[in-house]
Write a protein that binds this ligand. Structure first.
Ligand code: NAD
Length: 420
């Protein structure tokens, strides 16, 4: 009896212990499963984070590209007026990627016209008009005016021609072809489509003038076989062609005799007096004056010229018109003024007088005042400050190794820079 009772007690105790042991084992199992689960989750979270950051690394440059693309699609152009179909003209500017042409492009675009620029980029640069590329009113064509051009336009501003001595002397035959065959091609186009053509002629048609200041009825004093003849005579015959087309074919022509012009986007290192002096002053080099510096020049700011060109194009004046600033200064005065405006410590260096350097050059602009109501309005110092700012920036680009095309040197062996 006793032994049975003891056996029952022992089995009851061992069952309870068993249950206890089983309970403990179960708890341990649940704890370990829980621990594993927690571990797995944190591993997964770490993995997720790593994957996310990898994706981010790949996606961010793509987002950057999309932002750039969006920016280029929504490129902000300078403000453009809206012109009705009746007032909006289709305008061709040959040489429109050059110094004067690009400023003319800006004006005509902002006035609301449709502008086609044709340029062979001999001295012009895409950069001068890049702010219009993609605009619905703008088109840029890489074309040499020596080849015919077929295009529908209402007005033609014919500016294509190298303009500074090193550039037009580099290839005198090409300069002649551009001013003769190129002008014939543009006049032929004007005749075909009934467009009005404005020729960008030059004060150089007066040569080394015996009349001062030069009026439009002065026939000039040009050496037909000198080193500058390719340009001077090229422009003279271009004027002759305009009037032949007017008389024989009834083409409407305008002839602007442009005097020295300066401003932003003019070529660096092309040997003209303003660019020479500004660059020399900015770089702390001596300002080189040929001769005594008592020769006089008159310079107009480019926006004045552009306003004059547009006024002439839209006027009834078919005879030649001088466009220039009659404010005359000696070369020495220019050198000193530019030196002061730049705040440069450069000295002024006198070199021997250059061959064929005109002593005086000053336009008579009575005709433009009377018939176009035009005269220059930009004060010399204001214009010079804008040009200085532009050249300073260009020198900075150069210092950062950004490309600035330089004009090719003249092929002639003799001859020195003159004050142009
Ligand atoms: N800037 C002045 O002081 C001045 C003075 C008098 C006359 N001009 C006349 O004004 C016009 C513009 O002068 P700029 O100072 O702007 O000179 P520029 O050299 O900056 O511009 C002339 C443009 O014509 C282009 N061009 C040259 N030959 C060409 C060809 N065969 N086909 C197509 N394009 C050609 C050049 O690439 C350049 O873009 C020229 O006709 C020049 O004779 C200028």
């Amino acid at each position: 009896m006793l032994s049975q009772a003891l056996l029952r007690l022992a089995s009851a105790v061992s069952r309870r212990r068993m249950k206890l042991l089983l309970g403990i084992a179960l708890l341990a199992y649940v704890a370990s499963v829980w621990g594993n689960l927690v571990n797995m989750r944190s591993l997964q979270e770490n993995g997720d984070l790593r994957i996310e950051s990898k994706i981010e690394e790949i996606v961010e440059p793509l987002r950057e590209k999309i932002r750039d693309l969006e920016k280029s699609f929504t490129q902000k152009y300078p403000p453009v007026k809206f012109l009705s179909e009746k007032d909006r003209k289709r305008i061709l500017i040959t040489g429109g990627a050059g110094f004067v042409g690009s400023h003319l492009t800006d004006k005509l675009m902002m006035d609301g016209h449709e502008v086609t620029v044709v340029d062979n980029f001999f001295t012009g640069r895409k950069r001068n008009v890049e702010h219009w590329i993609g605009h619905e009113n703008f088109e840029l064509i890489n074309h040499d005016v020596v080849e015919p051009l077929y295009i529908e336009v209402d007005q033609i501003y014919h500016l294509a021609s190298p303009a500074s001595p090193p550039n037009y002397m580099y290839n005198p035959i090409k300069t002649l072809k551009t001013n003769t065959i190129g002008t014939l091609n543009m006049l032929g186009l004007a005749k075909r489509v009934g467009a009005r053509l404005l020729l960008a002629s030059t004060s150089e048609v007066y040569g080394d003038p015996e009349v001062h200041p030069q009026t439009e009825d002065y026939w000039g004093h040009v050496n037909p076989v000198g080193p500058r003849a390719c340009y001077d005579e090229g422009k003279r015959v271009a004027e002759t062609m305009c009037y032949a087309y007017m008389k024989q074919e009834g083409v409407e022509v305008r002839v602007a005799r442009i005097f020295n012009t300066f401003g932003p986007r003019m070529h660096m290192n092309d040997g003209r007096v303003v660019s020479n002096f500004i660059l020399q002053a900015l770089q702390g080099e001596p300002l080189t004056v040929y001769g005594s510096g008592s020769q006089t020049r008159a310079f107009q700011y480019v926006s004045d010229l552009v306003n004059g060109l547009v006024a002439l194009m839209n006027s009834n004046v078919s005879s030649p018109v001088n466009l220039g600033n009659p404010e005359e200064h000696t070369i020495l005065e220019f050198a000193q003024l530019i030196k002061n405006l730049v705040g440069s410590g450069s000295e002024i260096q006198f070199l021997s007088e250059a061959q064929d350097d005109p002593q005086k050059r000053k336009p008579d602009i009575k005709k433009a005042k009377l018939m176009l109501g035009w005269e220059p309005v930009v004060p010399l110092e204001e214009g010079l400050n804008k040009a200085i700012h532009y050249f300073r920036k260009e020198l900075e680009y150069q210092a950062n190794n950004q490309y600035i095309p330089k004009p090719k040197p003249a092929r002639i062996k003799k001859g020195r820079t003159r004050h142009n």
